[in-house]
Design a protein around this ligand. Sequence first.
Ligand SMILES: C[S@@+](CC[C@H](N)C(=O)[O-])C[C@H]1O[C@@H](n2cnc3c(N)ncnc32)[C@H](O)[C@@H]1O
Length: 391
Amino acid sequence: MEVVAGASELPLPESFLEFLNQNGLDPSIYAASQSTPRYIRLKPGCKPELAEIETEMKCKLEEVCWLPDFYYLPPDVRIASTKAYQEGKIYGIDASSGAAVLALDISPGDHVLDLCAAPGAKLCMILDLLGGSGSVTGVDVARHRLAASRTMLQKYALGDQCRLLVADGTTFSLTPLRAQSNSKSCNSMVEENSKIYNEWTPRRPWKERKRIAKASKTISQIEEPELIFYGRQSGVVGLSKYDVYRKVNDHEISQFGYDKVLVDAECTHDGSIKHIQKFEQWGWTTLPRRVLDAERTDDLTVLQLKLLINGFRLLKVGGSLVYSTCSLTVAQNEDVVERFLLEHTSAKLLEIDAAKNWPCRQARIPKALRFDPLTSSTSGLFVAKFTKLNA
Ligand SMILES: C[S@@+](CC[C@H](N)C(=O)[O-])C[C@H]1O[C@@H](n2cnc3c(N)ncnc32)[C@H](O)[C@@H]1O
């Protein structure tokens, strides 16, 4: 496979340059990889410890003026070995990702759905912003990636209000558990369905693991989501399986659906300069397979639209949904949003109030925004926000 050193100074594979060309993207953006800053987010409540953290990291942390709790991380500083990181006081997250979460405008008590949640940086920030109220349902189709999110939640002690489900976000149908408050399981349910969830423990007794394995076989056959974690305040503890997995109709969803939905959709990641830069270690020849796999990209915009449609279906009337991708292409962003709006008259694009000072620009459609690595000093990100009107 031919690998070419282009305007980007990086030896980008020919097929990736072709992809950029087809999408009208300038390869020189990848030259910004060295100059794009890294960011960390300080866990709320840890600000008094900032001086101590700076001493440990042997650097001054400059605050990002447009994004609360975010700091620029000097390029030579590694956080993984620091006590602050190991104790879960700081975590690495790009400022544009933080902006996508802020666009949700999380309020205390919100029930939030994160439909493509893994590996979980945005999930953590959502839980941080909820500050011990409401609930978060994190869904991802990749079990191993969602398991990594579970580890992250435990590390940052953020799991209390959260449940994690391995499921296909295009068909996921569970509403927040408040929707089930009026419908407890009845006696006629089979024993498996009337099983009451106790507090979640990482290691389950052998007998129970065997029973779960048997049950999950049944679950996958009927394509039910697999619950791989639930916190003490997630609403799951004390409910029966029937209550947790109960499906509700569209009328109930309009009242009891999620207050906020994040659809941070699977994409080609071409806007994530740091992601593309990682191929320096992974090997440039693996980029076409990992990023541009034909089967994946052909179906990608269809998947993105389906995720957006299903996320919107699960939103309650008056709630807000944020659609984001870290691709810079129009096909995965504006085109998906336009197709969605054509088919969904109850969807209305919203201005992102929090964005007044953000270093981003307007996307090709009004109200949607784009972070551009060359001008925003962040990774690339597209963000559009919707609300649901009464149908
Ligand atoms: C851009 S990443 C999400 C990043 C995540 N929001 C974060 O902040 O760490 C996209 C995710 O979508 C997941 N995904 C792909 N297809 C999916 C589907 N059909 N349903 C749910 N998740 C899916 C991938 O496994 C991947 O973890």
